[in-house]
Design a protein around this ligand. Structure first.
Ligand code: NDP
Length: 492
């Protein structure tokens, strides 16, 4: 975007349509909804509000798009991902601008999200030729083997916190497995999803292979979950929403996977490199204002080093810069929405009322919430039990390593965990016994690799996302095929 067009976009809101069957089109009703810049409160975009007819049109387009995409030669499909990565590189700063304007991402977070998205696209190119079947021993004269076929129409429903990379990963993986996709981005952040639809189309994706439908989640989610031509749904969002969607999808026997909330522990054992541990925790607790499903949401510290770690954490948290997300030196930008800020503050205040102590932060200055460290947090307090999704590090003191493990597993969530120790035995004991989908030893909880199984256990969801076979269950159907050599006998 040039300086002139940027100024123009500040004067009048950006207009975005739905993207269906390779075309930009308004909703059938003509209705729109508004998207506001969380930092300035200004109207950023006016976006088409899809209804039932639009949702059905997107599914119909995807059904045809799936066939077009599956008939595209493998080499061309592979090349598409490279072209899309290159196009994203060229338009990277436009995506960065939208991420800042609609989600309140800092410049650093937005740029790293675009970079991660390019990496996902490049990695997916190889998946096109990697999907494997199997052979199995057959009876005499019988050849027996199985193949994996795309499910067909795949629906991706995504949240507002990492709106490009989460949407792009689901869409890219589903396409790499030969499916067509209908993407429903979050209503706080619909613009980057629509931009992605255009970008993929310009990079050569056949019409209908990716459709982007913006509008109310409950209405559209229910339509997709009950539509006979939708074969699988991948949802990322809050646990309560995921449960509601799962109930509808299950009764219509859809395949679905759920990436939900977390209450991720970072455990600091007494023998850890403490300075390094605090550095990693500071990043993972406060990155993107704590609005990341993998954010550190409980800091569990072994008693002998508790005070030292807390002092260092408070020092680092207090030094972080909060403010204008466009500035490269800003660490924390605005909360996505006033309701999110108020929800975070309620969790802090109710925990303080129950006996916890705020050592730094804790005073909101809308739209900003400062990096906050709360100590003396105990099981039963809201900051121990509920996902915070804000820039708060709740600290819990553990008597010893066993107690730390017990505290870490005392949660209905099970997404990611980090353990800091120099002791190999303890590191791998924790890795084995932590009830989560992802454990990082001596690293931040916020860490992803496109070819690793991403996902959680307990109320953090089920199903895994990842290249190299981790998404086969969700994104393909196995089909068993036999071939009879010669004639076999039948009972009658
Ligand atoms: P929500 O659950 O509110 O929304 C997620 C998406 O679901 C949005 O697109 C929303 O649309 C849509 N939606 C809303 N109601 C329904 C419904 N009944 N059926 C189907 N879809 C619906 O989550 P947030 O956007 O608030 O995201 C934050 C949450 O996401 C946090 O809990 C976080 O932990 C979780 N998350 C999990 C990740 C993981 O990988 N485990 C990664 C990132 C976030 P609309 O916006 O129109 O309401």
């Amino acid at each position: 975007m040039t300086a002139a067009t940027m100024q123009e976009s500040q004067r009048s809101p950006r207009m975005e349509n739905l993207f269906i069957d390779g075309q930009s089109r308004p909703s059938v009703s003509g209705e729109t909804f508004d998207v506001f810049n969380p930092a300035t409160g200004e109207l950023y975009a006016r976006v088409a509000k899809a209804g039932a007819e639009d949702a059905n049109a997107a599914v119909a387009a995807a059904k045809v798009g799936a066939r077009r995409w599956q008939e595209t030669p493998l080499a061309e499909r592979e090349a598409f991902f490279w072209k899309a990565a290159k196009a994203l590189q060229e338009k990277g700063e436009e995506f960065v601008d939208s991420l800042i304007q609609e989600s309140g991402s800092t410049l650093t977070k937005a740029r790293s999200e675009v970079k991660k998205s390019m990496d996902i696209l490049r990695a997916a190119a190889g998946e096109v030729r990697r999907i494997e079947g199997a052979t199995s021993p057959g009876q005499v004269g019988k050849w027996s083997f199985s193949i994996r076929q795309p499910v067909g129409v795949f629906v991706a429903i995504t949240p507002w916190n990492v709106p490009l990379a989460i949407s792009l990963k689901k869409v890219t993986l589903a396409l790499a497995h030969g499916n067509a996709v209908v993407l429903k981005p979050a209503s706080y952040t619909p613009v980057v999803g629509v931009m992605m639809g255009h970008l993929f189309h310009e990079a050569g994706l056949p019409a209908g292979a990716l459709n982007v439908v913006t509008g109310p989640g409950k209405l559209l989610g229910d339509i997709f979950a009950t539509h006979p031509d939708v074969k699988a749904i991948s949802f990322t969002g809050e646990t309560v929403t995921g449960k509601a969607l799962a109930a509808v999808a299950a009764s219509h026997l859809k395949k679905f996977s759920l990436e939900l909330g977390g209450k991720n522990p970072a455990i600091v054992l007494a023998d850890a490199d403490l300075e390094y541990a605090v550095q990693a925790i500071t990043f993972a607790a406060f990155h993107h204002q704590g609005q990341n499903c993998m954010s550190v949401d409980r800091v569990i510290i072994e008693e002998p080093v508790h005070d030292q770690v807390v002092n260092e954490l408070v020092k680092r948290a207090s030094a972080l810069k909060v403010g204008d997300p466009r500035l490269p030196e800003t660490h924390l930008g605005p909360m996505v929405h006033r309701t999110q800020l108020e929800a975070v503050h309620r969790l802090v205040q109710s925990s303080v009322a129950a006996g916890a102590r705020v050592l730094c932060g804790g005073q909101p200055s809308p739209p900003y919430y400062p990096p906050t460290v709360v100590v003396d947090v105990q099981p039963g307090m809201p900051l121990f039990e509920e996902e915070t999704f804000g820039p708060v590090a709740p600290v819990i003191k553990a008597r010893d390593a066993n107690h730390a493990l017990e505290l870490a597993n005392n949660s209905r969530y099970g997404l990611a965990a980090a353990v800091f120790t120099r002791d190999l035995d303890r590191a791998f004991t924790f890795a084995g016994r932590l009830e989560v989908g992802m454990v990082h030893i001596n690293d931040a909880t916020i860490y992803t690799e496109t070819n690793a199984p991403f996902g959680g256990v307990k109320e953090s969801g089920f199903g895994r996302e990842g290249l190299g076979g981790w998404s086969w269950e969700e994104m393909t159907e196995a089909k068993w095929i036999t071939f009879q050599v010669g004639k076999k006998g039948f009972p009658f």
